[in-house]
Design a binder for this molecule. Structure first.
Ligand SMILES: *Cc1c(COP(=O)(O)O)cnc(C)c1O
Length: 239
């Protein structure tokens, strides 16, 4: 990257950050909410210096979805931030991230939950997790089927190294505004689970992770507490 290009990219990210923060705040107010909506910067393919710039602008939360890429960039990250793991996670990779992230959003099997439990206990912590829901019932997607959620949650809640903080989803591609319907369903599932687990110490339901670049305002309207934004903040990714 030439110096000029790099400076341009930094100011591009700064402009995006300002605009997006405003849109998040406006959506929150329009939804009549008084709680907080957290702005997560999704860092896949983004160089560490650009990620650091977003942190210097005020981003407090980074979302990582590739273990190897995260490990490569981790040492270069600077500033005051938290990291959540949001991508598909193989059980055999849990050990590499267990001491580097404060929450895992993508728990969708008991095999993975058990491994996180084991690794968390080994480093002397409770790991905060979200249960990933396949809200559209799509064959191609990870996630727990909505009608299996209660059973799964109670089983995962038995594991002493985990604390269940809420739910996460990636809804089907929006066709004619269909994502509204999925966000609405997610809000209902989340509130139901919250009611059912109120007096259970393994649960502290305060997190509903949904909404990305294309649909975060709708997600905020249905109670999202973390919007995960990549391309609108950093620019479109070239894979
Ligand atoms: C890439 C990614 C995002 C961000 O997607 P954008 O549409 O670029 O904002 C959010 N969540 C997950 C799990 C992702 O992998």
């Amino acid at each position: 990257m030439t110096e000029k290009l790099s400076a341009e990219r930094l100011s591009f990210v700064a402009d995006n950050y300002r605009r997006l923060s405003e849109r998040i705040e406006n959506a929150r107010i329009k939804a009549g909410r008084t709680d907080t909506v957290n702005f997560m910067a999704v860092t896949k393919t983004v160089p560490a210096e650009i990620v650091n710039h977003s942190v210097s602008l005020g981003i407090k939360l980074l979302g990582e979805n590739r273990v190897q890429e995260f490990l490569d960039k981790y040492d270069k990250y600077e500033g005051d931030y938290d990291v959540h793991f949001i991508g598909g996670l193989q059980s055999n990779k849990v050990k590499y991230i267990i001491d580097k992230v404060s929450m895992i959003h993508s728990v969708d099997s008991m095999k993975l939950a058990s491994e996180i439990n084991k690794r968390a206990l080994a480093v002397g912590k409770k790991m905060d997790i979200l249960l990933e829901i396949n809200i559209g019932g799509e064959e191609s997607k990870n996630g727990i089927a909505p009608d299996m959620l209660d059973e799964f949650a109670l089983e995962a809640g038995e594991l002493p190294g985990l604390r269940i903080r809420g739910l996460m989803t990636i809804p089907p591609v929006d066709m004619n505004g269909s994502s509204e319907r999925y966000f609405e369903k997610m809000e209902r599932l989340y509130n139901d689970l919250k009611d059912k687990t109120k007096s259970n110490e393994s649960f502290l339901l305060d997190t509903l992770s949904m909404g990305m670049s294309g649909d975060f305002e709708k997600a905020i309207n249905y109670g999202s507490t973390i919007v995960r934004i990549g391309s609108l903040l950093f620019g479109y990714r070239q894979y």
